[in-house]
Design a protein around this ligand. Sequence first.
Ligand code: FVH
Length: 306
Amino acid sequence: MPSTGNPAPDTTAESAPASAPVSVLGLGLMGTALAAALIKAGHATTVWNRTTSKTGPLVAQGATPAGTAREAVTASGLVIVCLTTNDDVRALLAPEAEALAGRTVVNLTNGTPAQARELADWAATHGITYLDGGIMAVPQMIATPGAYILYSGTDEAAFETHRPTLAALADTKWVGKDPGLAALYDLSLLTGMYGMVLGVSQAFALIRSEGIAAGEFAPLLTDWIVAMTHGLVPGGAAALDSGQHLTDVSNLAMNRAALPNFTGAFAEQGLRAGLFEPLRDLLDRAVEQGHGADGLSRLTLLVQKD
Ligand code: FVH
């Protein structure tokens, strides 16, 4: 039992009441959106942030400000944490271990699977229930259709207990009892996004190099990316799962032959062409290994370190 504050509620109940109290630690852009959604859904929401001025707008919406992290932790059986990194989470929670005992921590900070497992181990040794989460939304999407949060942790029953509360933030997707799985799914999805960020940045740079407005080009780019995604993702998955990479659509030898056109055009326009290097490296290796007739799905196998 915690030495200070309110006793931790019994988390073995089947589900938390619709108005279950929640504490949110970390009121950056995301933490603020999460707390606002909880308040709107009728939860008694206690908020804490290192920089105290950030609590103001949430207090105006009905949140209770906590003067210290300890005060926030002891106000609720469910403690949601959303900080910059898991190093920050560790530094913040370590001194509160005793106060957290018997409560459930849901860590929605971006991190690696190994960090999530380490935090779960730490929590277990202190009698804290730990769930890791990966938010698949930007703050403006919180509590709107299309947003979802991935969850994992050894205690699936605790997730089910708090699921109705967590559903106020976004759709909930349970991915398994290994605490590292939410981070694995999260980083895998974000990897797809960052590849797109790089591609979109380069596409805009090239089109703008001849004075064409980004806004004029944007609809074409959007439609093209959507069309390519519909083929690339399910098609790539089918090829990887079956081991059949041969293609009659767009083979690696052809893509490799075309690549100098991209590096050449970027260089001609005075743009950085080095951004294509990782793709060239993969294409070169695939073709040199005799996979020129295979499709782009083959590149996934070359990401693995030799
Ligand atoms: N914003 C987004 O689009 C993405 C969506 C997907 C999930 N990410 C992850 O969410 C975490 C927080 O992101 P954020 O957007 O809220 O980030 P900031 O607005 O920069 O706020 C950071 C908060 O963390 C607090 N903080 C940092 N270090 C510490 C520390 N050592 N002790 C206590 N608090 C700390 C910071 O406090 P302050 O600077 O205001 O005092 C903010 O509250 C992140 O993992 C994303 O990858 C967001």
